[in-house]
Design a protein around this ligand. Structure first.
Ligand code: NAP
Ligand code: F7E
Length: 332
């Protein structure tokens, strides 16, 4: 039985990845931080006790060593991060420490405790900043936020460990991916939750920042599948992963409101306070390499994603924070 350690297991991607690995017969150990919240592991409760949880923090090297000693992993997936770009402008140093140096702490712990484990790093399309779309593995990186800077530090650390120590380290440069398990502060979930509240007549308006920024939005369960595929290759490589189609925030609003029979123009207002100090305007993936070498193909488009999220938030779909939503066509 193969073992996997997943950091950030209670995040959107961590919960889907844990489901996928358990369905493949892995022994899965998830790293979680101590919290005082009443229902702290809400996205993975349904997986317990098959999923084992171990306490640890990317800020604490000793806890990472302990987790690795307990897990004895064949594969390590580093999904933990301060992952919200907006917060990174308000908490830049904490973001650098967790998302950037935290990855280096984990790499060094793996080098010492489990040097033969295969390591997946959750790199981000945010590292590209405003370089011309579409972006691929040879596009330059021009980060535009403290989050992107931290992710780039982590990404470069991974390549350094791969080249210096011969470790199997692979970075997935993933573009935005969404689901009903997306955190409520990210724009797609903020929109789907507001659409549901407006449909129930609990609120009238939704306040957003930039409506023109364009993102390549995919479906999260399909993206954790690619993480696993990346660690099954003969040698470690980095991959850009996205749908290849970009839409504006406005387009997502239109699709989400339409899914509930509403007109977004009657409800969405803009507030300059929600604009970021520096915006990334146009992210669109060229994932030819992943399609060819990993045989990976996304199947959900913007309308599918918006409608699945709105249906969930209206209480119309079976998916709960705890239930798997596998897109059509994806082998489990
Ligand atoms: P997420 O929902 O925000 O989950 C992040 C997880 O990291 C949370 O479970 C959080 O724990 C944990 N975490 C935060 N700080 C930690 C620390 N100091 N020590 C240990 N754990 C810590 O993020 P996601 O959307 O699943 O994304 C997964 C990864 O992919 C992240 O690294 C993100 O930056 C990256 N990424 C995401 C996307 C995307 O579109 N989703 C695209 C590219 C890259 P708590 O539950 O305790 O808060
Ligand atoms: O913003 C605009 C905002 O916060 C998307 C993370 O998973 O993907 C994610 O980062 C766009 C931006 O995601 C609001 O300015 C307008 O242009 O949903 P988001 P993100 O910043 O793209 C990357 C790939 C990651 O790696 C990250 O971890 O939407 N926008 N109005 C807004 N965004 C938010 N959050 N809230 C608004 O009110």
């Amino acid at each position: 039985m193969r073992s996997a350690l997943v950091t950030g297991v209670n995040g959107q991607d961590g919960s889907y990845l844990a489901e996928l690995l358990l369905s493949k017969g892995y022994r899965v150990i998830g790293l979680v931080r101590r919290t005082a919240a009443e229902n702290p592991y809400s996205r993975v409760n349904h997986l317990l006790p098959r999923l084992k949880l171990v306490e640890g923090d990317l800020l604490d090297a000793g806890s990472l060593i302990r987790a690795l000693e307990l897990a004895e992993p064949d594969e390590v997936y580093n999904l933990a991060a301060q992952s919200f770009v907006g917060v990174s402008f308000r908490e830049p140093v904490a973001t650098a420490d967790i998302t950037g140096v935290g990855t280096l702490r984990l790499l060094e712990a793996v080098r010492q405790v489990a040097p033969h484990a295969r390591f997946y790093q959750a790199s981000s399309s945010e590292m590209f900043g405003n370089v011309a779309a579409p972006q691929n593995e040879i596009s330059p990186f021009r980060p535009r936020s403290p989050y992107a800077v931290a992710k780039l530090f982590a990404h470069a650390s991974c390549i350094t460990y791969r080249e210096s120590y011969g470790m199997y380290v692979a970075c997935g440069i993933l573009f935005n991916h969404e689901s009903p398990r997306r955190g409520a502060e990210f724009v797609t979930r903020k929109i789907s939750l507001a659409v549901a509240a407006i449909a129930r007549q609990e609120q009238r308006t939704l306040t957003l920042g930039s409506l023109d920024a364009r993102r390549d939005w995919g479906w999260a369960p399909e993206y954790v599948d690619v993480m696993h595929r990346m660690l099954q290759m003969d040698r470690p490589e980095d991959f850009v992963v996205g749908t290849g189609v970009a839409h504006s925030v406005k387009d997502f609003c239109q699709a989400a409101f339409e899914a509930a029979g509403l007109d977004w123009r009657e409800h969405v207002v803009q507030d300059p306070e929600l604009m970021r100090p520096a915006e990334v305007f146009d992210l669109r993936a060229d994932s030819s390499k992943a399609r060819e070498l990993l045989n990976w193909e996304p199947s959900m488009d913007l309308k599918d994603i918006a409608s699945a999220m709105v249906r969930h938030d209206l209480g119309l779909s079976q998916e709960t924070a705890g239930g798997p939503v596998w897109p059509r066509g994806l082998a489990r």
